[in-house]
Design a protein around this ligand. Sequence first.
Ligand SMILES: [Zn+2]
Length: 154
Amino acid sequence: MKQGPEFKRIEDNMRSGQLAAHQFLGTDTRSLKDIIRHDQLVLEPLGITNQDIANRMRYFTEKAAGGLGLQVVDDVFEVEREEHKGDIPCPFADNVQASKSITRVKNLRTGRSVSWSDLNIHLVDEHGFFEGHGAPFRVDPAEFVEVLEIKASK
Ligand SMILES: [Zn+2]
């Protein structure tokens, strides 16, 4: 993962630069490095990696994208896709762009829902970045593990 001056530049760009409008850091005042590290510490004791979460998000996104309107997946999850035009650039300056489309999943056992944009999958997968507290597209790792019923892969 990128550290040092470049990492600081990425953080500044999210906080007050060209990408500020996307509110990746929300109202979080911690450094980007601390935000990423803290979420890592939430997942470690569960034996779940950021890739496990990204893979599960990708699974539901593909299901949702393949169907029309609401559908039930694996008898437990109600999934829906909201298509949005346009792309958002990855704030880590790696030339990745992802669509603004949103996937929503409701766990029918618990009634709880989570949603995410396509960019979230890339951010979680490649950068271990779940966004800051108060961010509109914050992926709360503990909540996602529960609602999407993510199991430890080992
Ligand atoms: Zn990226």
